[in-house]
Design a protein around this ligand. Structure first.
Ligand code: RTP
Ligand code: MG
Length: 156
């Protein structure tokens, strides 16, 4: 029986505003770890979008700071595909607090590119269910996909 934790799965990664300056390094790390980038999109989130995306944290004291942070500049949303992608991307990210990451997991993404416990460079879905909700948040509709070249419309 195939283990649940070893299935090929998808996860949502976000390179947060303070991580975008190091986008190349972060993409390189993802690739080196054997995960594939299957969709990518740079977007400036509205306040309402950031609040919706992090709705589970709405009651937390850090929520206003989190929303401020996530709307402070463009973010890059990535759909990652690979074996055990959810857990492996979380492991690559390291602890939520970038300072703790530098102490405990110095080769993690947050240790290298994050600032503190709110400005921490990257997001990752915390489970398969979260990934199934978060991927369509950034990559909603097949109707938005580009038409294939040589379609009737393009050829006249
Ligand atoms: P994420 O959801 O972004 O992947 O991060 P996470 O699971 O490691 O952490 P979570 O508890 O879900 O918190 C979401 C984001 O809120 C900010 N945060 N600030 N005490 C604080 O100042 C605080 N705690 C959390 C971080 O940006 C965190 O990634
Ligand atoms: Mg989280």
């Amino acid at each position: 029986r195939r283990l649940l934790s070893q299935r090929t799965q998808r996860t949502l990664a976000i390179v947060k505003p303070d991580g975008v300056a190091n986008l190349g390094h972060i993409l390189n790390a993802i690739t080196l770890h054997g995960l594939k980038v299957t969709q990518a999109r740079m977007v400036r989130l509205t306040r309402a979008e950031a609040e919706t995306f992090y709705a589970e944290h709405a009651a937390r004291t850090f929520f206003p700071k989190l929303v401020e942070y996530m709307t402070s500049g463009p973010v890059v949303a990535l759909e990652l595909l690979g074996r055990d992608a959810v857990a492996r991307w979380r492991q690559m990210m390291g602890p939520t607090d970038s300072e703790a990451a530098r102490r405990d997991v110095p080769d993690s993404i947050r240790a290298q590119y994050g600032t503190d416990k709110t400005l921490n460079a990257v997001h990752g879905s915390d489970g398969a269910e979260a990934a199934a909700r978060e991927i369509p948040f950034f990559f909603p509709a097949e109707r938005d996909a580009p038409r294939p070249r040589g379609s009737v419309e393009l050829c006249g």
